[in-house]
Design a protein around this ligand. Structure first.
Ligand code: C5P
Length: 305
């Protein structure tokens, strides 16, 4: 057998996600909530480069407010995989951020998934896909999905995944906000609203799954549902004007992405997404807009040397 070529540096690309359906159950004794969610990976990426080094370090490009200490989710992923496999966690982690920070698009989870894939490649661990997914689940509820990508049904706290049959590609416009929202704060606001009285709840994911099977963007636009939208709007009321603008400009549907504050609008096709993005931008209702298609694969090595 030829000797394994030693790799010193590896770059992994990991996608953002939107939740096409997010139904949140009651708060569990462990503080989490049981979910029924449909994750959808979109072509907005973070690139994570891992290089063998003398110490574990984190540097960041393209965003502010990302921690560079051991609380960084990519650093935690390196440490978790090192512990699981007996390797030395001495790598320089560089994050090139394309996913909005604290935006409800799983940017931190994407970095963690990328770090797992990258270290797995760098160290040549013999972990199976299932074992890597187990480590991913210890890091955060969205991290397993960021490894897998595509479109998947998530249950449990979001970490138990089943792939979803679908066809076609969907075109999205993401409206980015000034400032982020903290995920625990949005869940706590949902709990508070529920204590005060009945609130609208996302029912089952059937309509979204049918729209995906049919590859029908119009049906999908109508079926989008997110229980975290009301609490996100309560915490950031200005998001309503973004949703209203997208609807007025002809989006097939619009939804707060995960715990927000990014808003995802579904367009008919790529041309419609470009014109919708330009029109939204001209309205000046959001910080910036991005266009992306989904589904797209999960964290993948794009360069190794
Ligand atoms: O799993 P992760 O660390 O990403 O979750 C961040 C926070 O979001 C949790 O501490 C919890 O407050 C909330 N959460 C939840 N139920 C879930 C997922 C997340 O309450 N299923």
């Amino acid at each position: 057998m030829p000797a394994r070529l030693s790799v010193d540096t590896v770059t992994v690309r990991a996608p953002a996600k939107v939740n096409l359906h997010l139904a949140v159950g009651p708060r569990r004794p462990d503080g989490y909530h049981d979910l029924t969610t449909v994750f959808h990976a979109i072509g907005l990426y973070d690139e994570v480069t891992l290089t063998r080094a003398d110490a574990l370090t984190v540097t960041v490009d393209g965003a502010s407010g990302v921690p560079t200490d051991s609380t960084n989710l990519a650093a935690r992923a390196v440490l978790a995989l090192a512990k699981r496999t007996g390797h030395d966690p001495t790598v320089a982690v560089h994050l090139a951020k394309g996913i909005p920070v604290a935006g409800g698009c799983a940017g931190g989870s994407a970095d963690a998934a990328a770090a797992l894939v990258g270290c797995d490649h760098l160290w040549g661990t013999d972990l199976s896909r299932e074992q890597l997914l187990e480590v991913a689940a210890t890091l955060g509820s969205d991290v397993p999905f960021c490894l897998v990508g595509g479109t998947a049904l998530g249950t449990g706290r979001g970490e138990q995944l089943t792939s979803v049959l679908g066809q076609g590609t969907f075109s999205w416009v993401l409206a980015l906000s000034d400032g982020g929202l903290s995920t625990p704060t949005v869940y706590a606001e949902l709990d508070r609203q529920r204590e005060q009285g009945p609130v609208t709840v996302a029912t089952d994911a059937g309509e979204v799954l049918a729209a995906l099977r049919a590859g029908d963007a119009v049906l999908l636009g109508r079926a989008l549902a997110n229980d975290l939208q009301a609490p996100a709007l309560a915490l950031k009321p200005e998001l309503q004007s973004v949703l209203d603008a997208g609807e007025a400009l002809g989006a097939l549907g619009g939804i707060v992405s995960g715990s927000g504050p990014t808003i995802a609008f579904l367009a008919r096709d790529a041309d419609h997404a470009s014109s919708l993005a330009a029109a939204l931008s001209a309205r000046g209702v959001c910080r910036s807009v991005r266009v992306a298609t989904g589904p797209t694969p999960g964290a993948r090595v794009v360069k190794a040397a």
